[in-house]
Design a protein around this ligand. Structure first.
Ligand code: ZN
Length: 134
C-alpha cells in the first residue's frame, strides 16, 4: 500500500533564503510554491528523482511550522509516504492501533489528500500519508 517516500518536509525560517542552496548548490529545480491557508504554511517543492523536498515556511507566528522551529530549530519536520488509497491506509492504521493526528484525510499542498500519524506511534518521527494523483 505504501509506494514510495513521496517527499521530505523541511521546516525553514525563509524559503527565499534557502532556495539558493537547493537550486544552485544542489542543482534542483523549483517545481512551484503554494500557500496552504489552513496550515498557515508556504510550501516549495523541489523534485529529487522519485521523491521531493518540501520546504515549509510559516506564514504566521503561531502556525505549526513556527512552533516546530521554536522548539527544535530548522530541520526535517516530517516524512511523507505515498499511498494509493488513503481511506484504505487509514483503515489499516486503525486496525493496527496506530495513533493518528488526522483520523480523516484533509487536503494538503498540490491538492493531495493527507493524514498525519501521531509521533507517539512512530518513535518520534512525524509521518504523513499522502494520496496524490499524478
Ligand atoms: Zn508534506
Amino acid at each position: 500500500m505504501i509506494e514510495k517516500i513521496d517527499h521530505i518536509g523541511i521546516a525553514v525560517k525563509s524559503i527565499d533564503d534557502v532556495l539558493d542552496f537547493y537550486r544552485n548548490a544542489l542543482g534542483l529545480d523549483l517545481e512551484g510554491t503554494e500557500i496552504v491557508e489552513d496550515q498557515n504554511v508556504k510550501t516549495a517543492f523541489l523534485p529529487v528523482g522519485e521523491s521531493e523536498f518540501e520546504l515549509l515556511e510559516s506564514t504566521s507566528p503561531d502556525g505549526p511550522i513556527a512552533k516546530f522551529i521554536e522548539k527544535k530549530g530548522e530541520g526535517i519536520q516530517h516524512i511523507s509516504l505515498k499511498v494509493d488509497d488513503i481511506e484504505e491506509a487509514l483503515k489499516e492504521m486503525k486496525e493496527n492501533d496506530v495513533k493518528m493526528i488526522d483520523k480523516e484525510p484533509r487536503y494538503g499542498a498540490g491538492g493531495a489528500k493527507i493524514a498525519f500519524l501521531h509521533p507517539k506511534s512512530t518513535n518520534g518521527v512525524l509521518l504523513e500519508l499522502s494520496e496524490r494523483k499524478e
